[in-house]
Ligand binder design. Structure first.
Ligand SMILES: Nc1ncnc2c1ncn2[C@@H]1O[C@H](COP(=O)(O)OP(=O)(O)OP(=O)(O)O)[C@@H](O)[C@H]1O
Ligand SMILES: [Mg+2]
Length: 310
């Protein structure tokens, strides 16, 4: 096993009774990555993390964490991991400070009061240290679950939908916190069904659908590999058949007054469109270019739209 390989998942199949949640999944995560598992509800993201965490036993295949087999040596593997579960079953009747202490102790890490306070301060929870966890707001609970996830100072942090149900401001604050965890040298694996989150945070992404990895690469490579079209939008009146004939155009339509043109070379198509408009005596306004994104990748690979399923 390469020294930089911190998570190695080999041909993992996982089931709940007769339901196959993961079907022959293989992937590896290198030290220092922010790795994203992107997929719709029910794709198998949480199940895959549970297999890495030793909380679900695969029916086939093997998972190693830093060279430790999760099934045969679960504690050795767990000690390297910090875990944020999707539905955090935080023990409601403990205070914020007690929770951090208890979770660290589960990993045989015994924190001093000063260490606990430092951790709570970092997540803006120091004032809540004596508050019961169940009295926290949703956003505060999500921050607490992040604090709990790193209470044992782990090398690898597994975050299951770390920003679900957060408002845009709180979501960005958590993104920054994740970047800080990464800057500290930790490896991060997170799940999301928000492609903008995956694009904003992740160096590499595995797209997971129906329990299988359908693609795995950097966001740019995923987008580039599929020769996806960019979309040019402009307010202009031109016959569609003339627009179709412009170079590199693969599709054109009107959406209200807005012309939408799919093109593999947007700059060249735009110049040709401007020339056509000038020749036809038409003005061209509100030009916008949308480059292909992970949403388009998902659509191309699965035939469905990620945002419509999630
Ligand atoms: N404890 C369980 N018992 C039975 N089936 C389960 C259980 N947990 C998950 N499943 C099923 O396994 C499949 C994968 O679920 P999983 O929770 O891994 O998906 P997910 O990608 O995390 O979805 P989400 O985005 O909704 O969190 C789904 O069909 C789900 O219904
Ligand atoms: Mg899940």
């Amino acid at each position: 096993m390469s020294q930089d390989l911190v998570i190695d998942i080999k041909n993992v199949t996982a089931a709940y009774g007769t339901l196959t949640a993961l079907n022959g999944v293989s992937l590896s995560v290198q030290k220092g990555e922010i790795f994203g598992l992107l997929g719709p509800n029910g794709a198998g993201k949480s199940t895959l993390l549970a297999c890495v965490e030793g909380l679900h036993t695969p029916s086939q295949g093997e998972v190693q964490v830093c060279g430790n087999n999760v099934q045969s040596d679960p504690m050795a593997a767990k000690k390297r991991l910090g875990i944020q579960l999707q539905r955090t079953a935080l023990l409601d009747d403990l205070t914020v400070a007690e929770l951090v202490e208890v979770y660290a102790a589960l990993y045989e890490v015994f924190l001093t009061k000063a260490q606990i306070d430092d951790l709570l301060k970092r997540f803006d929870l120091l004032e809540k240290r004596n508050t019961l966890a169940r009295r926290l707001s949703g956003g505060q609970q999500q921050r607490l679950s992040l604090a709990v996830a790193i209470a044992n100072d782990p090398e690898i942090v597994l975050l299951d939908e770390p920003t679900s149900a957060l408002d845009p401001h709180a979501r960005r604050a958590v993104w920054n916190e994740i970047r800080t965890l990464h800057d500290e040298g930790r490896t991060i694996v997170l799940t999301t069904h928000a492609m903008e989150e995956a694009e904003a945070l992740c160096g590499r992404i595995a797209i997971i659908d129906g329990g299988e990895i359908v693609a795995c690469d950097t966001p740019n490579a995923l987008i580039a590999s599929l020769n996806l079209n960019a979309t040019l939008k402009a307010t202009v009146e031109l016959p569609l058949e003339q627009v179709y004939d412009l170079p590199h155009v693969n599709g054109a339509r009107y959406s209200g007054q807005h012309l939408e043109v799919e093109t593999s070379k947007p700059e060249e198509t735009l110049s040709a469109l401007q020339a056509l408009a000038a020749k036809s005596g038409r003005s061209i306004r509100d030009v916008m270019l949308r480059q292909p994104n992970l949403e388009d990748v998902f659509l191309k690979l699965t035939g469905r739209q990620l945002s419509e399923i999630g």
